[in-house]
Each structure stands twice: as structure tokens, then as C-alpha cells.
Design a protein around this ligand. Structure first.
Ligand code: BES
Ligand code: ZN
Ligand code: ZN
Length: 501
């Protein structure tokens, strides 16, 4: 779907479906919707009075125009209550409109910017949210279907505003929203695809290609390189698999910034998590193809940095391996060393994410990162705590955490802080090594996972994002469809785009 912005009168736009909107409680539509209503002889007012057009979120009746205007049909998208309206509602309403357009087999869709008129939102931000909601809401994963049932590809989405000055702002916002949402959708493609395609080697090559196209530097470490460096914690996880492990390093240097800050982004890249010798139950194991969602998010964020002209230096360190129970696999009770030099007693080989992140965090510090963000589908316990609604943020710097939560909210991603109490360190006390990789009882597993990772971040400000709750949805939820969500791309990008004091 191509997104275009046009400065024109709504009634002159030729398209299969024109999307206008209405709040709950409005009796006579005004603004853009009012103009269309007038051209259609007051039909929207009539349907509002009869209750068919209700303005409620999710209500989106389609009216045939009988050639009274250039559009073949008009959809009146409900915006809900005006007091509850915000940018995330713009995303949701836009997703509903695109799904409706697909349902009626529209090829060309035109829309006003929800919220940029009476809604009182900033036109640029509202247009970005409109583009995001449309692209995210219209996403389908069809790569492996040779025949698509009820498929309808929307060719063009035309965003319309009559005011040339406003249209300029709308254009800027829409183009940014399109870039971000396309990156999210590419991450979703990687996460939804099966692990027999998305191997560590595949992802490393994908990252290399993306880096070449985006003008980033890229280095790929193979097992021999990692052995030489001393990344024994990551290599220990890889021992049970016949797929070779990789470590990808991507670097972005901002054009003009004089700041010496270097943000290190670390994404968990377990391309399949069978649990290793501590094997997972077979029911639902297939979902563990998504255990590289953190890695996919980091790769796509790196691709966005030059496109968005972000003024921050960023290094990505992406550890990639399978976690399998092959003959050479790591076993419970084994003791492994790490790049940091600390020795780890393995209690469960299923707590493998923290073991590969450990070496990646240390390596990011060695490469000069001054601030760390890791993103990982780390614990099932986090999903138990937060459902599929929010991800967890845990860290050692409260301002960093607070700023990130704000960025998340602005981007439409929810992060809820969980504690990093020192007492949790006691849970990992080992009789034979420096510490254990997890507890036997699973208590407070998201926080215990984080207290483990804290051993590898040195003195740097750091936040850990546990996206196990939100990386993969079993249901359609507002503007996100079932399956992979690409969570993290929007929030981290927003965080990097924001100038924090
Ligand atoms: N990849 C899983 C976590 C996970 C579970 C992600 C469900 C998405 C959905 C992780 O490697 C894991 O197995 N964690 C263990 C940790 C435990 C052994 C301390 C868990 O959560 O059970
Ligand atoms: Zn695991
Ligand atoms: Zn895992």
C-alpha cells in the first residue's frame, strides 16, 4: 500500500472508499465530515439521527455515494468519546478503516487525518499515527501461502487536506509513520516466519544486507571469532544445535551530533528455543520460533536510524543461536564462563536468553557503549504478570526508565516497571560458581532475569525490556493483528528520536 498526501477538496477525490469520521454524541457533523454530508444531501446526519452512524469506536458504516461526489463510497469511522481521544485512538481508527476497505475490496482509499481538525491533535503527529495504524492494521503474513483466501491488496492510501500549510505538515508526519510502520512490519515478517528459514545465519545475512543498504557498518562474528574473544556463555547455549551461532554488530554514527554518548542496543536472538536439555513441553513449542523478536526489532531499528536522521550514535550487538537438545548440548549442573569472566552454574538450560545476552552486554561495553538497552522475550513469568497488554521495563537508572516509559506511551507501546531489588541476587547464590543462571522455583522470574543481566552491565545506565508478554499475540488487538507485533521498534525509535534534557 502506497501512501500519498494530496491538497484537495474531499468531494473531488476519486477513490473506491473515502473515510471521514465522527465523535460519539455529535448530532450534526461539522468540518470535513460536514462538507461530505452536505454534498451527499445530508445522509450522514440522517444516519446519525437514526443511530446507524454512532461515532462509537469500531462503528464504521459504509454509504454509497451514487456519484454525488467523486468517491464511490464513504465510510464514517467512529472516533469514540472526544474526551478519550488520543494518538493511539488515531492508530486504532485507521486500522479499522483499512480493514473495512479490505472487506469491501476497495483498491484506492482516501482519508482525512483523524484528530487533526476538531480532535485538536498536532497534524504531523496525527498523520504519523494514521500511517502507522493503517499499515500495522492492514498487515497480514502470507509469505508461505500459495493461495490467499479473501485477499485484497489496497494499492493506494491518499491522505487529504484542503489547507496547503497543514498538508505539508501532514506529509512529513505520514512519511515518518510509513517508515516506522514498514520497519515494524518487516520485523513481524522475520518473527512470524518459521525457524527452518530464520536461522542465525539467515538473520546475520539479512542484517548485513540491511546495513549495506542503510550505510551502517556491519561485522559478523562466527563461532571461532567468539571462542577467541571468550564468549563462552553464548557458545554454551549453541552447543546443542547444528546451526552455527553468530554475533552481529551494527554501528550507526550520527551525522552532526557532538555528543559522545553511544547507545548500545542488544536484542535476544534465539531463532528457536526448544529449552535445550531442560526441554519445553511440546504443546505450544512452535511459538518459540518467535524467541528472536528482540533481535528482529533491533535490526529494523538500526535500518531506520539513517532514514529518520536520528542524531544519536548507536551500536547494536545481536547474539544469534538456537537452543536445542542435541548430543553436545549444555546440561543442567554444567558450569560455564563468560566474556565478563564470571562463572555461571546452569540450573535450567531453558534460561538461555540471559546467557547469550550476558556476553552481548559485556561486548557492547567493550565496543564503547555508554548506555544500554536490551530487549528480549526473556520470561514466561512476565506474560503471567502482564498478560498480552504491556511489556516490562526494569533497570538501574530511574530517569532512563521514566523517559523510556514516556517514549513508549507516545509510540503506542505500553511498558510497566518491575523491580530490581538487590535481594533477588540472593536467589541466584551458587555453591559451586559465581552465581546460578536461574532459580529452581521460578519466583519473580522477570526480576531475577534482570538481576542476572545486571551482573554484565558494569556501571552503565541500563534498561532491560522483557517483551515475552507482547511479542506475539493470540488475538487481534486494536491495530495489531494476530501473531508477531514487532514490539520495541516504535518505542525504542521514539526514545532515540527524543531529545532528553
Ligand atoms: N523464551 C523463553 C521465555 C518465553 C516464554 C517467551 C513464553 C515467550 C513466551 C525463555 O527462554 C524461557 O524459557 N524462560 C524461562 C526461564 C526460567 C527457566 C527461569 C521461563 O520463563 O520459564
Ligand atoms: Zn528458554
Ligand atoms: Zn528463550
Amino acid at each position: 500500500m502506497k501512501i500519498k498526501v494530496k491538497c484537495a477538496s474531499l468531494t473531488d477525490i476519486e477513490c473506491d472508499l473515502l473515510v471521514v469520521n465522527e465523535f460519539v454524541g455529535v448530532k450534526h457533523p461539522g468540518g470535513a465530515t460536514g462538507a461530505v454530508d452536505k454534498a451527499l444531501g445530508g445522509i450522514i446526519t440522517e444516519l446519525t439521527l437514526s443511530g446507524e452512524v454512532s461515532g462509537k469506536l469500531g462503528n464504521i458504516p459504509v454509504i454509497h455515494t451514487r456519484k454525488k461526489i467523486a468517491a464511490a463510497s464513504v465510510a464514517v469511522a467512529g472516533l469514540g468519546e472526544s474526551k478519550d481521544f488520543d494518538l493511539d485512538k488515531v492508530r486504532t481508527v485507521s486500522a479499522y478503516a483499512i480493514r473495512k476497505a479490505k472487506e469491501i475490496k476497495a483498491k484506492t482509499v482516501a482519508t482525512i487525518v483523524h484528530g487533526a481538525g476538531i480532535g485538536g491533535l498536532d497534524p504531523k503527529e496525527a498523520a504519523a499515527a494514521l500511517a502507522e495504524g493503517s499499515l500495522l492494521g492492514g498487515y497480514q503474513f502470507n509469505e508461505f501461502k500459495t493461495k490467499i483466501e479473501n485477499g485484497n491488496e489496497i494499492k493506494e492510501l491518499i491522505i487529504v487536506d484542503y489547507d496547503p500549510k497543514k498538508a505539508k505538515e501532514i506529509e512529513k508526519g505520514a512519511m515518518r509513520g510509513e517508515m516506522v510502520a514498514s520497519a515494524v512490519n518487516r520485523a513481524r515478517d522475520l518473527i512470524n516466519a518459521p525457524s527452518n528459514k530464520i536461522t542465525p545465519t539467515f538473520l546475520a545475512n539479512y542484517a548485513k544486507k540491511l546495513a549495506t543498504e542503510a550505510g551502517l557498518t556491519c561485522e559478523i562474528l562466527d563461532c571461532a571469532d567468539m571462542k577467541k574473544l571468550g564468549m563462552h556463555s553464548l557458545l554454551a547455549v549453541a552447543k546443542g544445535s547444528s546451526e552455527p551461532a553468530k554475533m552481529v554488530i551494527l554501528k550507526f554514527k550520527a551525522k552532526t551530533t557532538k555528543k559522545t554518548e553511544v547507545v548500545g542496543l542488544i536484542g535476544k536472538g534465539i531463532t528457536f528455543d526448544a529449552g535445550g536439555i531442560s526441554i519445553k513441553p511440546s504443546k505450544g513449542m512452535g511459538e518459540m520460533k518467535t524467541d528472536m523478536a528482540g533481535a528482529a526489532a533491533v535490526i529494523e531499528i538500526m535500518g531506520l536510524l539513517p532514514k529518520l536522521g536520528i542524531e544519536k550514535n548507536v551500536i547494536a550487538v545481536i547474539p544469534l543461536t538456537e537452543n536445542m537438545p542435541g548430543g553436545g548440548a549444555l546440561k543442567p549442573g554444567d558450569i560455564v564462563s563468560s566474556l565478563e569472566g564470571k562463572n555461571i552454574e546452569v540450573i535450567s538450560t531453558d534460561a538461555e536468553g540471559r546467557m547469550i545476552l550476558a556476553d552481548a552486554l559485556t561486548y557492547a561495553r567493550k565496543l564503547g557503549a555508554t548506555k544500554l538497552i536490551d530487549i528480549a522475550t526473556l520470561t514466561g513469568g512476565c506474560r503471567t504478570a502482564l498478560g498480552d497488554v504491556a511489556s516490562a521495563v526494569i533497570g538501574n537508572d530511574q530517569k532512563f526508565i521514566d523517559d523510556f516509559i514516556v517514549a513508549g506511551k507516545a509510540s503506542g507501546e505500553k511498558y510497566w516497571q518491575l523491580p530490581l531489588y538487590e535481594e533477588y541476587k540472593e536467589y541466584l547464590k551458587s555453591d559451586v560458581a559465581d552465581f546460578k543462571n536461574c532459580t529452581e522455583n521460578g519466583k519473580a522470574s522477570p526480576s531475577v532475569g534482570a538481576i542476572y543481566l545486571k551482573e554484565f552491565v558494569g556501571d552503565l545506565p541500563w534498561i532491560h525490556l522483557d517483551i515475552a508478554p507482547t511479542a506475539y499475540l493470540e488475538r487481534e488487538f486494536n491495530y495489531l493483528s494476530k501473531g508477531a507485533t514487532g514490539v520495541g521498534v516504535r518505542a525504542i525509535t521514539k526514545y532515540l528520536m527524543t531529545r532528553w534534557l
